[in-house]
Design a protein around this ligand. Structure first.
Ligand code: PMP
Length: 314
């Protein structure tokens, strides 16, 4: 079971995990009126610091989601960053972590209520999973990814995740690691909680942002790594279902799962059925940037324990 560490942050205050509670009849529970954000911190042994990866981008997506959901409180970057740092410091993390942030309607009210908005933050140690090295087997889901005029796929609304959960559970029941979802047009959208990439003829291809995908921060990072650091062309476009079976390489990516090679889709091997060169190169560059083993993109790393740094952005 995945549980957050001993201390959490509830409306700005550090509380013990077991005391982090809301009313069972709150709108967050009744209507799924919550907004989720998930990000990672990477421990750098040389610097003896924990770097929060692309924090600004996570906060800007979070605030965008609050606006789309009409929540009546938008939290500013400073406050959110302080709450995250407080949570990590309270737990004295010196390892890679995954951080979860939820803005939610903390009221027992009718459907159109827009506040008060609560904020909860928890974190857990999250070492790299074996699947990052060995890859995963996935299946195209019989569940369709939510369409933009039904639930907002661009927003990490808690209620959306019933859709992702159905797809992921179905895939696991059928013996796969996770699912790949198609959008209502029958084109590839994304994984259950991740974005999809494939390689064909040396070109990195990913469904465009109008394919019903979350505008993933890992997706954006990998596109930039491919273009700027590896000189690999990237195309964002519609991807048909049958095209994925022609891929030489494929992978899923997200802050939590990082970059996971896909070695088979619907029991058909992807390429040679192993982990491809492009995927490996992207993984290595991603981890170097996230951990700060390279000085490039200092603005992507916010240190937790160093209060000020010339190499990092607050
Ligand atoms: N799609 C969905 C539905 C997700 O939940 C996630 C995880 N946040 C992603 C894609 C990947 O987004 P990110 O790279 O920003 O973590």
């Amino acid at each position: 079971m995945a549980t957050a560490a001993k201390y959490m942050c509830f409306n700005g205050e550090i509380v013990k995990y077991e005391n982090c509670r809301i009313h069972a009849f709150s709108n967050a529970v009744k209507y799924g009126a919550g907004l989720f954000e998930g990000l990672r911190g990477y421990w750098n042994e040389d610097d003896q610091d924990l770097y929060l990866f692309r924090l600004r981008e996570h906060w800007s997506r979070f605030r965008y989601g609050l606006r789309v959901l009409h929540f009546d409180k938008l939290f500013d970057d400073d406050y959110l960053t302080k709450c995250v740092k407080k949570t990590l410091e309270a737990n004295e993390f010196r390892e890679n972590v995954h951080i979860r942030v939820i803005g939610f309607l903390d009221c027992d009210d009718e459907l159109p209520a827009c506040g008060p908005v609560g904020l909860v933050i928890g974190a857990m140690a999250k070492p790299r999973a074996a699947a990052v090295a060995k890859g995963i087997n996935i299946a195209v889901s019989s569940w369709t990814r939510v369409s933009d005029n039904a639930l907002p796929p661009r927003v990490k609304a808690c209620a959306n995740y019933i859709n992702n959960r159905c797809a992921d559970l179905e895939a696991r029941r059928n013996g796969y690691d996770t699912a790949l979802m198609l959008n209502p047009d029958g084109c590839v959208s994304e994984g259950a909680t991740s974005c999809f990439f494939m390689v064909r003829d040396g070109v990195l291809i990913t469904p465009d942002v109008t394919s019903g995908v979350l505008e993933s921060i890992t997706r954006d990072t990998l596109i930039r790594i491919a273009r700027d650091r590896l000189g690999i062309p990237v195309v964002e476009r519609r991807v048909d279902r049958t095209e994925i079976y022609a891929a030489e390489e494929a992978f899923l990516c997200a802050s939590a799962i990082e970059v996971r090679p896909v070695v088979s889709i619907d029991k058909m091997p992807v390429g040679s059925g192993g982990v491809g060169e492009v995927t490996r190169a992207l993984q290595n560059n991603y981890f170097d940037l996230a951990r700060g083993s390279t000085g490039d993109h200092p603005e992507w790393r916010t240190p937790v324990y160093r209060s000020s740094s010339s190499a990092a952005a607050e």
